[in-house]
Design a protein around this ligand. Structure first.
Ligand SMILES: [Zn+2]
Ligand SMILES: [Zn+2]
Ligand SMILES: [Zn+2]
Ligand SMILES: [Zn+2]
Length: 222
């Protein structure tokens, strides 16, 4: 007998608890009578759309008798729908950004996931660094081959470029008829007659030797 009574009390208590909730739920879907015509004849007119941060307003009108609501009904604001924008490290040629959150609906940006601190999207940009080229290699120039300087970016060693150093012209400053730098025979015009003839023969053989020497130097390099 006692057990049955307890069960009954529990059921009644549960019912009392659930009832107000049901009443609240019913309140949400407006059921106040507009006119004597059935509900399917009532048309909802949106006066002001709800946004993320502001409530909207709507009212009903009966398609048959044109009776309208004296007061509008509130359309609840939607709240922001935030999407995370991941942090991107800036590179030499592309801007990066801090991590932030942007609303899919209104585009407002926030520096936190909860959407409490508003942020200007432009201030989230981390500007590109630009290249920082330093000389990392050099092949010296000679009388016959151009030199090459290699520059490499200190931020990313896949960014490189080369610059060629033009060849130096042969130069005979000490007047011995041979290039001071590479030894190529240049000029035997000061000697005339038979001396000039042998000087030119000597220069021919000197340059045959010089030529093979240059070719050999080329092979050693490659
Ligand atoms: Zn009506
Ligand atoms: Zn929003
Ligand atoms: Zn770079
Ligand atoms: Zn030379």
């Amino acid at each position: 007998m006692m057990k049955k009574f307890r069960l009954l009390t529990a059921v009644v208590l549960c019912f009392l608890l659930v009832m107000p909730m049901l009443a609240l739920a019913a309140d949400d879907t407006q059921t106040t009578q507009l006119c004597e015509h059935p509900e399917e004849n009532w048309l909802w007119i949106i006066d002001k759309n709800a946004t993320c941060t502001e409530d909207g307003v709507k009212h009903r009108i009966c398609k048959i008798c044109s009776k309208t609501d004296s007061e509008g009904t509130v359309i609840e604001k939607t709240g922001h729908e935030l999407a995370a924008i991941e942090a991107v490290t800036p590179t030499c040629e592309k801007n990066g950004n801090e991590a932030y959150w942007r609303c899919k609906n209104c585009g407002m940006c926030f520096s936190d996931a909860a959407g409490t601190t508003e942020a200007d999207e432009n201030t989230m940009i981390k500007p590109m660094t630009g290249h920082d080229y330093k000389e990392t290699g050099r092949t010296e120039t000679s009388c016959t081959t151009a030199g090459v300087i290699t520059y490499t970016c200190t931020h990313d060693n896949s960014h490189t470029y080369t610059e060629s150093i033009p060849t130096i012209a042969h130069a005979d400053n000490d007047g011995d008829g041979n290039c001071d730098k590479c030894g190529m025979g240049m000029n035997r015009d000061s000697k005339t007659g038979i001396a000039g003839f042998f000087a030119k023969i000597g220069m021919f053989f000197r340059n045959v030797f010089w030529f093979f020497n240059e070719v050999l130097k080329g092979w050693v390099k490659t």
